[in-house]
Design a protein around this ligand. Structure first.
Ligand code: URA
Ligand code: SF4
Length: 222
């Protein structure tokens, strides 16, 4: 691939596939993802935020997309939602250094709030989520976890289908539907809420307890 990140519209259809390396492990994929232009989000955010953690983790956590702080630091789950997630993982008895953490979408999507110069998180569209899915599939193939925990609706839709809703079927491991060639055979998925939703909730304590309970169910399913 030649060119820079400013050279015009993303190719149609939105799809990260042409940017995936033909071979190599997580480091090669992380390097290639830095140049992804599979959807328009690369034009507005600081950089691609690839997954982090244990290369052969038994448990992979999938969030929505990097937030403001993740975009600045280039690592997933290092901001307020990440801190809440770390606390919940500890309470559930899961050692963070043994896990792999990533996002369904690898670029931060936001709107600028002109007056306060703040960048406000904006949920990725289904089209952007599906465009970015090949990176997530590559991570699943390379890490090959036994269990995936999806955090919130975007990750759930990426792995359980577009009609997924967090309210239904959370906290229960089930087979990954439609495993693709070389990816997903025998893997299970457990859905739960997103840590950012806990931060925004009126009943923050109740929702946090629900997150911890689901993470405990994930730990028990390993
Ligand atoms: N929210 C996410 O879904 N992922 C992050 O990395 C940070 C916040
Ligand atoms: Fe590529 Fe995903 Fe970033 Fe879109 S969001 S440019 S598909 S890495």
């Amino acid at each position: 691939m030649t060119g820079t990140r400013d050279d015009g519209p993303a190719p149609e259809p939105y799809d990260a596939t042409p940017f995936l390396p033909a071979r190599g492990g997580l480091p090669a994929h992380r390097r290639a993802a830095a140049d992804c232009r599979g959807c328009p989000l690369h034009r507005y955010a600081g950089g691609t935020v690839f997954g982090r953690g244990a290369a052969h983790a038994r448990l992979m956590l999938v969030g929505e997309q990097p937030g403001d702080q993740e975009d600045r630091e280039g690592e997933p789950f290092v901001g307020p939602a990440g801190r809440l997630l770390s606390r919940a993982l500890r309470e559930a008895g899961l050692a963070e250094e043994e896990l792999y953490l990533t996002n369904a979408v690898k670029h931060f999507k936001f709107t600028e709030e002109e007056t306060r110069k703040r960048r406000i998180h904006k949920a990725p569209s289904l089209r952007e989520t599906l465009a970015c899915r090949p990176w997530l599939m590559a991570e699943l193939r390379l890490v090959s976890p036994e269990l995936i925990v999806t955090l919130g609706a975007t990750a759930g839709r990426a792995l359980l289908g577009p009609s997924f809703r967090v309210g239904s079927d959370r906290g229960v491991p089930r087979p990954l539907p439609e495993p693709e060639e070389g990816v997903g055979d025998g893997m299970r998925v457990l859905a739960t809420v997103h840590p950012s939703a806990v931060l925004r909730a009126k009943d923050r304590d109740g929702m946090y307890e629900g997150l911890v309970a689901d993470l405990k169910a994930a730990a028990a399913a390993l």
